[in-house]
Design a protein around this ligand. Sequence first.
Ligand code: SIN
Ligand code: FE
Length: 292
Amino acid sequence: MEILEPLDITGWEGPFPPEAVARGAAALEEGKVLYAPRLRFELSEAERRFLSPAYLDSKSKNISFRPDQCVVQGTRCQGDDRQDLLLMLKRFFSQARALLTGLCPTYRDRLTAGLTSFRPAQVEGRKTSWRKDDTRLHVDAFPSRPLQGQRILRVFANVNPAGTVRLWRIGEHFEQVAATLVPHIRPPLPGSSWLLQHLKIIKGRRTPYDHFMLNIHDRMKADEQYQANVSQTEVPFPAGAAWACFTDSVSHAAMSGQFAFEQTFYLPVAAMQDPGRSPLRVLERLVGHPLA
Ligand code: SIN
Ligand code: FE
């Protein structure tokens, strides 16, 4: 299967060519990456000052924006700098939303916005634990935010001013990943989800679906043999390009690059054109019972 579904568009707001709209949601649900090589996220002359890791606070690798609360985190700046960062991130959120609702009209009223992030740190050479190491192939799953089956749909843009690519590896299709790993995963312990929620370790109930997805995420990242030997392709995303995919089913790893934007959205399984392709339904077919 071709991994990329190319889109010859240069603007974030529709209307988009009818062929692109007809394929948008279907391509994403098949596990492809919508790839717009000429869709540049423009920064103003003044905003280019933010193309430096210096605006990050010491604990963060991203500067993030919460569209629902209109707040910025991950930076130590105050005053005008903070306000300008907020406006830049907010614009990426609006453009990413316009892109997805234009390309996937059936998702329009069903997408919930998650965090917006600006990633000014260099990917290569970063020191982290294996679990947080996104240079290892993985599917996304969040330990403290149970999704209970909801999809994770993310929009990315490479804004590197020197023209440096953002290099990803893309691995196997979710069906294959799940078929290999699920037989090794023990079901959650009875009561564990209640305990996690009531000790306020996580927000909301961790369903058996979340348990399986976190286990898959961890097993993929922990296994050096898997990382080296699984069938995979290197995909360089050039500066000035944008791309989108369901990162809970597309196995991905970010190998190198600097200066990118990312917007997360959540989508209920029922809003998909083919819910049978969701990780929830794939996992339920493998284990033989409901997981959320
Ligand atoms: C990730 O989602 O694992 C990282 C992607 C990126 O920053 O390019
Ligand atoms: Fe990821």
